[in-house]
Design a protein around this ligand. Structure first.
Ligand code: HMG
Ligand code: MG
Length: 302
């Protein structure tokens, strides 16, 4: 029996990032057929937005070097969205050739991370993204934007809210439908989340993307929901991180999010038991237990 709380959306859309943010950070390269099965199982569990892979330089992220092969292999189901990360025109070419219908560009709010992750400055990252978004929109694609280091940066420390809002608005102004605010290293706390969302003026096109390094992801998510956000990024089993920011650990676990939302009576369309068994299956293949508390708690029942 759910116990509702005021000020929450009736329904939350989960943007599942396990196959991309999760697997990009694994030390071992996961076989393409395992990735395909992971995506299939996530769809079976009721996830409708599954970020599948990245069309980045294969040397930069060898874990996802099989992006073209994976997309070719994957049977894409109607009603399910399979966004992929695309940083530049070369990445877009590859994605278009495979019939991708949704991409995400990914910018940085800080100079240090822009250099490390994109080999660009904050300013020149927009020059790289602008033609990508323009061409993607002209081809009828949906475009999401990420902004990383929205709360703190491992090299620069706390990141001022106005610096984040400035960079985020520029990504939205390129024509992106949605902006996902990334706490890449998981240092944000609820008051900071509220201040950042409010500083944007409207939560309508915002999503949140919390890594759980300091155990704040769920509290931060609840705060974001109470401030009008209704799209939340999460990764099955809580896997994830960024190879270009070592202090980044796993994402908010989808199971932890669904447990909380089920308890609140907020709809997600996700079947928790089915998701838990998927994460247990993957943890077995990766050779280590899932960091998700809910996966651990439900493991015996699955
Ligand atoms: P660069 O070295 O500046 O690239 O890297 P370039 O434009 O100078 O091109 C150099 C060569 O790479 C060229 O080949 C290009 O064709 C090739 P050459 O002509 O010399 O033979 N190339 C490519 N090949 C295949 N696919 C491509 C591609 N692009 C260029 N897309 C670049 C710039 C952006 C490519 C590089 O920095 C890169 O790939 N970065 C990706 C890093 C990444 O994926 N990080 C993890 C994702 S972000 C994240 O996890 C954060 C997030 O979760 C949110 C959060 O938590 O905050 C989203
Ligand atoms: Mg991330």
């Amino acid at each position: 029996m759910p116990y509702a709380m005021d000020g929450l959306p009736e329904r939350v859309t989960i943007h599942e990032v396990g196959p991309r943010d999760g697997l990009q950070n694994e030390k071992t390269v996961v076989a393409t057929e395992v990735k395909a099965e992971f995506v299939e199982r996530l769809a079976d569990a009721g996830l409708t937005r599954i970020e599948t892979t990245s069309f980045v330089h294969p040397k930069w992220v060898p874990q996802l070097a099989d992006a073209d092969d994976l997309l070719t292999r994957l049977e894409r189901r109607p009603g399910i969205r399979y966004p992929v990360l695309v940083p530049n025109e070369r990445g877009l070419e590859r994605a278009l050739a495979l019939g991708v219908t949704e991409i995400a560009i990914f910018g940085s709010a800080t100079e240090s991370f822009a250099r490390r992750n994109l080999n660009r400055s904050v300013e020149t990252q927009f020059d790289m993204f602008a033609p990508v978004v323009e061409r993607a929109l002209a081809n009828g694609l949906m475009v999401r934007a990420y902004l990383s280091m929205c709360f703190g940066d491992p090299w620069e420390g706390p990141v001022p809210v106005d610096q984040v809002v400035r960079a985020g608005r520029r990504l939205l102004d390129l024509g992106c439908a949605e902006l996902s605010l990334g706490d890449t290293i998981g240092v944000g706390t609820p008051g900071h989340v509220a201040a950042l969302i409010d500083a944007f003026g409207s939560p309508d096109r915002l999503a949140v993307h919390f890594h759980d390094t300091y155990g704040q992801a769920l509290a931060n998510t609840l705060t974001a929901l109470r401030h009008g956000v209704s799209v939340v990024d999460a990764s099955a089993g809580g896997i994830g991180g960024c190879p270009y920011a070592e202090s980044a650990t796993g994402n908010l676990a989808t199971e932890d999010l669904v447990w909380m939302l089920d308890g609140l009576g907020v709809e997600t369309g996700v079947d928790l038991r089915s998701l838990v068994s998927t994460s247990l299956w993957l943890a077995g293949l990766l050779g280590r237990p899932s960091p998700s508390r809910v996966v651990q708690a439900l493991a015996k029942e699955a």
